[in-house]
Write a new protein. Structure first.
Length: 209
């Protein structure tokens, strides 16, 4: 069941759905490509198969036909750009024809506190002030930057900086590498027990809702 559709403005198509565990339904509903079937055969766990099938079901629900391949675990399509994210119970995606938008969805919970000091700078920790929702949003943003950067081995704590924000619909971040700085703009939402962030590099033209 779709939780939310087309929350990203402009030409983008986006959606969020609850993860179904009905394999018979998913296999019959999804328009699976040869690549999809190969991925499903190679998947070592039921959870991974459910992720793949629910993603394809969501894309179909949103009226798209996409043939997705993976390069270094990143989803690639011929026509445009796609980003996909999963939690234990939800799957989210965004497709855009002109430039890359990344998305990340996470279940809000105490487990973020276990990695906080490894993932966040002192400034970020001070800003969050042990607020679980803010910590989750910081993690969402860093995951989105990581996806957009396409650089292996990024250090979340020192290379990705999230600036303090008052409005979760406007969150700025910066990536620092040997080649210089890149700036990003993200938009956040709270969906009951989940935090959602999506956005793009600032040099792109991007409209929020």
């Amino acid at each position: 069941m779709c939780v939310l559709k087309n929350f990203v403005q402009g030409k983008a198509i986006s959606g969020i759905k609850e993860i179904s565990k009905d394999l018979n339904y998913l296999y019959s509903y999804c328009d699976l490509t040869a690549v999809d079937n190969m991925l499903l055969m190679q998947s070592g766990s039921l959870a991974r198969r459910l992720e793949i099938l629910n993603t394809r079901a969501l894309i179909k629900d949103c009226g798209l036909k996409l043939s997705i391949i993976y390069k270094n675990r990143k989803p690639i399509v011929e026509n445009g750009f796609v980003s996909i994210s999963h939690s234990d119970s939800l799957v989210a995606f965004v497709w855009n024809p002109d430039f890359e938008i990344s998305i990340d969805i996470e279940e809000i919970g105490e487990r973020i506190t276990r990695i906080a000091r490894r993932a966040f700078s002192e400034d970020e920790l001070k800003f969050a002030n042990d607020d679980i929702v803010k910590l989750n949003l910081l993690w969402n943003v860093k995951e989105c930057v990581y996806k957009l950067a396409g650089i292996k081995g990024l250090e979340f704590k020192t290379q990705i900086h999230v600036f303090p924000f008052e409005n979760i619909e406007n969150i700025e971040a910066e990536l620092i590498t040997s080649e210089g700085k890149r700036n990003f703009l993200f938009h956040g939402k709270i969906l009951k027990e989940h935090s959602l962030v999506y956005g793009s590099e600032k040099v792109k033209t991007f409209n929020r809702i």
